[in-house]
Design a protein around this ligand. Sequence first.
Ligand code: ZN
Length: 131
Amino acid sequence: MFDFTVIWKAFAEIPTAGALSVRLDFLKDHLQRAEARIKELEAENASLTKQLHEANKEAVTNPVSQELVKHAGALWERLPTGGYADYPMCPHCRVTMSSFQNVIPFRCHKCRYLTNFNGRELVGVRSKLPS
Ligand SMILES: [Zn+2]
């Protein structure tokens, strides 16, 4: 005897137009909320990017004059004991930069900013720092 329950179950798993319509409405609603959230986040990101750009610009043009001096496209940290730190800092990230083999210009490892002087020229550049 043939078991019709197998066929009945197979038909039961086929969604009806009404069920599909409900799912479609749910997905449309979810998509609209996601698109609205994306627009909010894009606007927030643009605002934060603008703020960061202005803060970086201000940091470069107005370094903390008591502690940092801008010279030769880099920042130089004043030491409390007088003089300056041995190596320049990135004007954007404020991290110490290095000059590979003293031949490659000083480079920021974070943003890859390059100065126009290398380790061999460091003594000459440092000598022109204000006292
Ligand atoms: Zn940097």
